[in-house]
Design a protein around this ligand. Structure first.
Ligand code: FAD
Ligand code: SF4
Length: 511
C-alpha cells in the first residue's frame, strides 16, 4: 500500500470518482473521534446517526473490494484526533502519498492544511463532487453588487443548471418564485401521510458511545432509531417524499403544529449533508415526479422545494466560505444574554417553545419555521449571545454542520452578521405564531394581550427589542414601518414593556 485516502464523516459520497475503480495500493480510512464528538455537545441521535452512516459506508466500500481501515470510537489504537491517527497510519503502512477531499468546515480545512504542511510525503486534495457551486462561486457572483440578495443567485443557478426553465431565460410557470402562495396554516387537513420512519436497533452503537464517556444530550429510542443511515435508506426517504409529501410541500412550508413534527417536510437534510444524496439528484427526482403528476401537483410546490436546495443551501455554503473565519465572531447587535435553561429541557409555559424544544430533544429535528420563528425568534428577542445560540443549534440537530448551521443561525436567524444573509431581522410578536400554528390555543399566555401578567411574552419582547435596537435599525428601510409604530407608543407604555421584558429575560424559569 502506498496511498492513504481520508474520508470524513460527512463525506459519504457513494458516487465519488475515488470509488470508481479498486486500487490495490490504496487504503481508505474513516475514523470516529473525540475531536469530532467533543467540539460542541451533540444530541445523542446525531452521534449515533453519524457513526452508523460512517460504518455503513465503510461496509459498502469493503463489499466493493476497496481496502478500508475503520477506527471505532472504542478502538485501543484510536488516538482520537485527526493528525495523530493519520500520522500513526502513515508510519504503520509506510504510506507514500496522502489524499483527502476538501472539508466543508473551516476548522477541518485549517487542520488538514497544517497537517499536510508538516508532512514529508506527497499530498493531494480533491473536490467532494457534492455541491453545485465551488467555495468561491458566490463571492464572484456578487462582486461589484451592492447587496447579496439570494433570489438573484437562485435565478442564476436555475439558468446555469437548466432547472425548471421554459427557455434559456424564462422560468417555467411564468414566475421564478411562488413563495407568496406557500404560506398556509395547517388545521388538520390535508391529511399528513404516515411518516417514512425507520425502526433500527442501535443499542450496540449506543453502548459503545456511552462506554467511551462522550457527553451528549437529548432523547433516543434505541429500538426505533428513525434516521436514514445508508444510501438505500436515503433514496427511500427521497422517494417517499416525492410520492407522498411533495404535493403539499410548498403550501405548508411555513406551517407549525404542536402534534406534527414533520408536516410535509422531507427530512432529507441529514442524507444531503452527509452526502449520501447529491443535491442535483434530489432536485431531479422531485421535478421528474412533478412532471409525471402535473395534474395533481402544482408547480409552486416543486419550485418551493427546489429553491431550498438549489438556492438557499448553495447560497449558505457560499456565504460561509466568503465570510469565515470572522463570521464566528460576529455579534453586530451586541447581544450578551444567556440562553435560557429551558432550551435544554423544554420546561416552559410558553407552548410554542415547549413543543418546538421538546420535539427537537426527542427527534434531533425541527423544521425550518420552528428553528427560525420560535426558538430563533425568542433567542433574538431576548438578546442572547450568538455564541450560545450557535452552540445550541450546532449540537441539537442531526443535520447541523457548521457551514450550514452558522449561516442560518448567526446570519439568517440572529442578524449577528449585521445583514449579510437577511435584510431585516426575523423577529415577530405572538400574532405571527398564532397565524401559522395551533400553539396559542393551549398556551398559558394570551396571544391577544399586549400587557399584563398573562400577556404573550413574545408581544412584550418584540416591542422591547425594537426599542433597544432602535438606533441600529433606524436606517433600515424594511424596518421603517415597525419603528414608526414603536414611536407612537407613549413613554409610560415603553417603561411598562421594558420592565416586563427585563423580568422575562432575567427570570426565564418563571415563564
Ligand atoms: P425541507 O423543509 O424538506 O427542505 C428541503 C431541503 O432544503 C433541506 O433538507 C435542506 O437541505 C434544504 N434547506 C432548506 N432550507 C435551508 C436553509 N435555510 N439553508 C440551507 N439549506 C436549506 N439546515 C441544515 O441542514 N443544517 C443546520 O444545521 C441548519 N440549522 C438551521 C438553524 C436555523 C436557526 C435555521 C433557521 C435553519 C437551519 N437550517 C439548517 C435550515 C433548515 O431549517 C433545515 O435544512 C431543514 O429544516 C431540514 O429539514 P428538512 O430536510 O425536512 O427540510
Ligand atoms: Fe407562544 Fe405566545 Fe402563542 Fe403562547 S401565546 S404559544 S407564548 S406565541
Amino acid at each position: 500500500i502506498t496511498k492513504l485516502r481520508l474520508i470524513l464523516g460527512d463525506q459519504l459520497n457513494h458516487k465519488h470518482t475515488w470509488f470508481k475503480e479498486q486500487e490495490k495500493n490504496t487504503l481508505y480510512v474513516l475514523m470516529e473521534m473525540r475531536q469530532e464528538t467533543d467540539y460542541v455537545m451533540h444530541h445523542i441521535q446525531k452521534v449515533v446517526g453519524f457513526f452508523s452512516a460512517m460504518r455503513n459506508f465503510a461496509e459498502y466500500l469493503k463489499e466493493r473490494g476497496h481496502q478500508v481501515i475503520y477506527l471505532k470510537i472504542s478502538d485501543k489504537k484510536n488516538k482520537q484526533t485527526l493528525p495523530e491517527n493519520l500520522k500513526q497510519l502513515i508510519s504503520e503502512y509506510k504510506i507514500e502519498k496522502f489524499e483527502y477531499q476538501l472539508p466543508d468546515e473551516y476548522r477541518l480545512d485549517v487542520q488538514l492544511k497544517d497537517f499536510c504542511n508538516d508532512l514529508k510525503i506527497e499530498t493531494e486534495v480533491y473536490d467532494t463532487e457534492h455541491f453545485l457551486t465551488s467555495r468561491e462561486d458566490l463571492t464572484n457572483f456578487y462582486k461589484g453588487k451592492k447587496n447579496m440578495i439570494m433570489e438573484y443567485f437562485y435565478r442564476d443557478m436555475r439558468k446555469k443548471y437548466d432547472v425548471l426553465m421554459l427557455t434559456e431565460k424564462d422560468p417555467e410557470g411564468g414566475k421564478w418564485n411562488f413563495d407568496k402562495s406557500n404560506r398556509k396554516k395547517w388545521t388538520g387537513k390535508p391529511e399528513i401521510p404516515h411518516e417514512r420512519g425507520f425502526r433500527k436497533d442501535v443499542s450496540e452503537i449506543l453502548k459503545e458511545i456511552e462506554k467511551s464517556g462522550i457527553k451528549t444530550f437529548g432523547n433516543i429510542d434505541v429500538e426505533k432509531f428513525n434516521w436514514p443511515t445508508s444510501r438505500e435508506d436515503s433514496l427511500s426517504v427521497l422517494n417517499y417524499f416525492c410520492k407522498n409529501l411533495l404535493v403539499h410541500f410548498g403550501d405548508f412550508q411555513d406551517a407549525l403544529h404542536s402534534e406534527q413534527a414533520y408536516l410535509f417536510h422531507s427530512r432529507l437534510s441529514f442524507s444531503l449533508n452527509t452526502k449520501m444524496l447529491h443535491p442535483k439528484e434530489v432536485i431531479d427526482a422531485a421535478i421528474a415526479h412533478w412532471r409525471e403528476h402535473k395534474d395533481e401537483i402544482d408547480i409552486s410546490q416543486v419550485e418551493g422545494f427546489v429553491r431550498q436546495i438549489l438556492g438557499w443551501r448553495e447560497y449558505m455554503r457560499g456565504i460561509y466560505w466568503k465570510e469565515m473565519p470572522g463570521y464566528r465572531r460576529t455579534n453586530k447587535l451586541d447581544n450578551q444574554n444567556k440562553l435560557p435553561e429551558f432550551y435544554w429541557t423544554g420546561n416552559t409555559k410558553m407552548n410554542c417553545l415547549k413543543h418546538s424544544i421538546k420535539q427537537s430533544l426527542d427527534n434531533a429535528y425541527a423544521h425550518h419555521i420552528q428553528r427560525l420563528m420560535i426558538t430563533g425568534n425568542y433567542a433574538l428577542l431576548t438578546q442572547t449571545h450568538p455564541n450560545a445560540v450557535d452552540a445550541w443549534y450546532l449540537g441539537i440537530y442531526i443535520d447541523a454542520i457548521e457551514w450550514v448551521e452558522i449561516t442560518n443561525t448567526r446570519g439568517m436567524s440572529q442578524f449577528a452578521d449585521g445583514g449579510i444573509v437577511a435584510t431585516k431581522p426575523y423577529v415577530s410578536s405572538g400574532s405571527y405564531i398564532h397565524k401559522m400554528s395551533n400553539y396559542c390555543k393551549a398556551c398559558a399566555y394570551d396571544v391577544k394581550k399586549k400587557t399584563g401578567e398573562n400577556s404573550c411574552p413574545f408581544n412584550t419582547l418584540y416591542w422591547n427589542f425594537l426599542a433597544e435596537k432602535r438606533e441600529f435599525f433606524k436606517g433600515n428601510r424594511r424596518m421603517a414601518m415597525m419603528l414608526s409604530m414603536l414611536d407612537k407608543k407613549s413613554g409610560d407604555e415603553i417603561v411598562t414593556i421594558k420592565d416586563r421584558a427585563n423580568d422575562i429575560i432575567n427570570n426565564p424559569e418563571k415563564f
